[in-house]
Design a protein. Sequence first.
Length: 138
Amino acid sequence: MDNASKQAFYASKLRILHMAANITLAPCLLYLVGAWSWPPQLPHYIVFAITSLMALHYSRRHWSTPRLVLDESGLQCGAFYETDNIYRAEPAIRSVVLTILKDGKVKEKIISLGWSSREDYKAIIALLSDRFQREVPK
């Protein structure tokens, strides 16, 4: 397998930063609902530090890990789907519907692409729609 035929798509950087900010600021909701009293005390600062570290870990992990990889052997997106088992790929709202052969039966698998940027979404749909358009066996 050469690297030219391997396509890797990563999560949108803006979405990663948005999720990291949500993780970091989640303890602030405890102040808003009145579960924590004001001013913050040592346990509150510890919780803020832990959630900040969790957000940093989340960002580092998702920044460099591809969410979808397409090559000659198949499609890797959460699970691995072999090229020979994928019959059709059809676009849906921020997702793609794969018609696959699994355990001797034809099934549909919905793969969410909500993590991708708009440009990546269009590229993924174009790649999959062009590559997988075989007749489904009955």
